[in-house]
Design a protein around this ligand. Structure first.
Ligand code: UGA
Length: 431
């Protein structure tokens, strides 16, 4: 198939590259000339394991192309995928400015039948708006709109796309359904065919449910601390029940990233607009917000309420491992609070250092983990990178001033930490 993808952000780029890997001819379009030049040279603007190899391979096979020219990219395409950003507005709603602009351009360049898919996460009802905008600009040319939300995770985006658990396809015509089922057949046998509004809702419901699981286990963790129970064991015990499952029951500093915070508040706003007060999701957001300060409280207890002049090594800046994404990362909230209290913060992240310096003012970065740790009064773990899990604690003992670890991700066992003689405070387990 010939596919045109508009927007080379996370979702657009990964989808485009994966569809080309399946043998389709894909042209990815973006208004950012520098980004397109970089991609044409085979370089990825995002950090995502495996993506550069696939870009280079498919560029070489001439089935992947990058351009700023939407008109040309659309000419031979049967499918046009809209994958531009929908950032959060101040009132929590999703901002549709980019979607609307792209729909207008698509309408202007539409010369033959195509299916126009919205892959960006958009409020329920957006498919209809996209259709109206295109219709206004496309004259009599026939087209269909569809919703095909994306469920990939940053850090395993290629794997998630090539091994998707389900494809959700929201359509209004048989013709569009046939085309999109054909496109997704090589990827999964779980195809959920429905109308556009339902497909749009499936995306929000899925992300809000996963966020709910995280806030739920974090509240259980907070109660565990008061009662002497261990949340990791509680989660394990719960997870064997197939109706519950083990996934997304890892207690910690709370969720971050470009999706859960944005999509939970968008769902609350969508419901409110429709006249419904979505209480559970509002509480999920509040619990998540409060969870971030738990590690600071624990640090204060460990340092007897005196952060002034203390050297704190922060390990992990990105919102989760295997990404350099700093959007809504817990470190963005935690580090300035420590700095304001007079602590000397030295941070280290395997890949997000550069991005972190753009969003956290006056951030001191160490080149290595050892350099961050040296002479520290306490180590704080904010991201569960594998590199931190494999840290040599004997070496750490020799480098630090005080053997204190505040772990926002529960990456060590209490027993091991006790053996190694550390003061160790984690989430939902005894200190
Ligand atoms: C999330 C969803 O998992 C994807 O299915 C979805 O497609 C994507 O949003 C999106 O809407 O684009 P992502 O934000 O990349 O993907 O990251 P996740 O791996 O889901 O993690 C989100 C946050 O939850 C991270 O901060 C992570 O540390 C936290 N988390 C996750 C926990 O605190 N505990 C857990 O048990 C799991």
């Amino acid at each position: 198939m010939n596919i045109c993808v508009v927007g080379t952000g996370y979702v657009g780029l990964v989808s485009g590259v994966c569809f080309s890997e399946l043998g389709n001819h894909v042209t990815c379009v973006d208004v950012d000339e520098q980004k397109i030049a970089k991609l044409t040279e085979g370089k990825s603007p995002i950090y995502e394991p495996g993506i550069e190899d696939l870009i280079q391979k498919n560029l070489h096979k001439n089935r992947l192309l990058f351009t700023t020219d939407l008109k040309q990219a659309m000419e031979s395409a049967q499918i046009v995928i809209i994958a531009v950003g929908t950032p959060r507005k101040q009132n929590g709603e999703a901002d549709l400015t980019y979607i609307e602009k792209v729909a207008e351009s698509i309408g202007q360049h539409l010369k033959s039948y195509k299916v126009i898919i919205t892959k960006s996460t958009v409020p329920v009802g957006t498919g209809k708006i996209v259709k109206e905008i295109i219709r206004r600009h496309a004259g009599e040319v026939e087209f269909d709109v569809a919703s095909n939300p994306e469920f990939l995770r940053e850090g395993s985006a290629i794997y998630d796309t090539l091994n998707m658990e389900r494809a959700v396809i929201g359509v209004e015509s048989e013709k569009a359904a046939e085309l999109l089922i054909g496109l997704h057949k090589p990827l999964t046998s779980n195809i959920v065919l429905t109308n556009i509004e339902t497909a749009e809702m499936i995306k929000y419901a899925s992300n809000a449910f996963l966020a709910t699981k995280i806030s739920f286990i974090n509240e259980i963790a907070n109660v565990c601390e008061l009662l002497g129970a261990d949340v990791t064991k509680v989660a394990e015990g719960m997870g064997y029940d197939k109706r519950i499952g083990h996934a997304f029951l890892q207690a910690g500093i709370g969720y971050g990233g470009s999706c859960f915070p944005k999509d939970t508040s968008a769902l609350v706003a969508i419901a409110e607009k429709a006249g419904y007060d979505f209480r559970i999701v509002k509480d999920v957001e509040q619990v998540n917000k409060e969870q971030r300060s738990k590690v600071i409280d624990k640090l204060k207890v460990a340092l007897k309420n005196e952060l002034y002049g203390k050297r704190i090594a922060v390990l992990g800046l990105a919102f989760k491992p295997n990404t350099d994404d700093m959007r809504d990362a817990p470190s963005v909230d935690v580090i300035p609070i420590l700095q304001n209290e007079g602590a000397e913060v030295v941070a280290y992240d395997p890949v997000a250092n550069e991005n972190a310096q753009k969003v956290i003012p006056n951030l001191e970065i160490a080149d290595t983990m050892q350099e961050a740790i040296i002479n520290s009064d306490a180590i704080m773990i904010l991201t569960d990178w594998k590199e931190f899990k494999e840290i040599d604690l004997t070496e750490v003992s020799k480098l630090v001033k005080q053997k204190i670890i505040i772990d926002g991700r529960n990456i060590f066992s209490n027993e091991h930490m006790e053996q190694m003689g550390f003061y160790y405070a984690s989430i939902g387990r005894k200190t």
